[in-house]
Unconditional design. Structure first.
Length: 201
């Protein structure tokens, strides 16, 4: 269970960096599918209470919004719906189906190796801060490493969100084969970046 304090949220919201609105819209679309319009209203109400009013219907997918706000939506969901880590991971795991950008990219990602090469380009189109790097790739040994360099320490649950998101994307690329994602480096553990090692069978 997570309980958000105004002070904690205000500090997080000071972190610079923006993301395309399609990410936020996907969050709210998932909430609506899972909890109905009532769930969306609950999240909107809590966002307003915390001082960051956001209306799902007003989000424009191609506009830029604070990444901190995108993260806050996830954290508010965890609070108001009493989610645990697994619930947050499930939200991330389902998120690709709510993104028309991901659906479009799926048409061009013909294999896992090309997917790794194109991933940093996808990042630059949707995030105006930090950078995604491929820390290693070995098709024969069936692993690849994704690094987020210059990313911020938003909240440990966001690390779990990313881990599940990368798992789902890799499964799509590999045709739903068995995929595991190790959170090999974490800013909250004192490392210099976020790093995820993706392995498959």
């Amino acid at each position: 269970m997570i309980i958000l304090s105004k002070k904690e949220v205000d500090e997080m919201m000071k972190l610079k960096g923006n993301v395309k609105g399609v990410i936020l819209k996907g969050h709210f679309d998932y909430i609506k599918d899972l909890k109905g319009e009532e769930g969306v209203v609950l999240v909107e109400k809590r966002l307003e209470e915390l001082g960051y009013p956001t209306k799902a219907k007003e989000i424009i997918p191609t506009n830029w919004y604070s990444e901190a706000l995108a993260c806050l939506i996830v954290l508010v969901c965890a609070e108001v719906f009493n989610w645990n880590q697994e619930d947050v991971r499930e939200m991330a795991y389902q998120s690709p189906k709510y993104s028309f950008i991901v659906k479009l990219l799926m048409q061009h990602f013909v294999d896992i190796e090309k997917s790794f090469k194109l991933a940093p380009i996808y990042w630059r189109k949707n995030f105006d801060f930090a950078k995604m790097e491929v820390g290693g790739f070995n098709k024969k040994e069936k692993y690849g490493i994704i690094k987020l360099v210059g990313f911020h320490k938003y909240h440990p649950l966001i690390c779990e969100y990313h881990r599940a998101y990368f798992k789902k994307i890799a499964e799509i690329m590999l045709g739903q084969r068995k995929v595991e994602v190790l959170h090999s480096k974490c800013l909250f553990r004192g490392d210099d970046c976020e790093e995820f090692k993706i392995t498959w069978k």
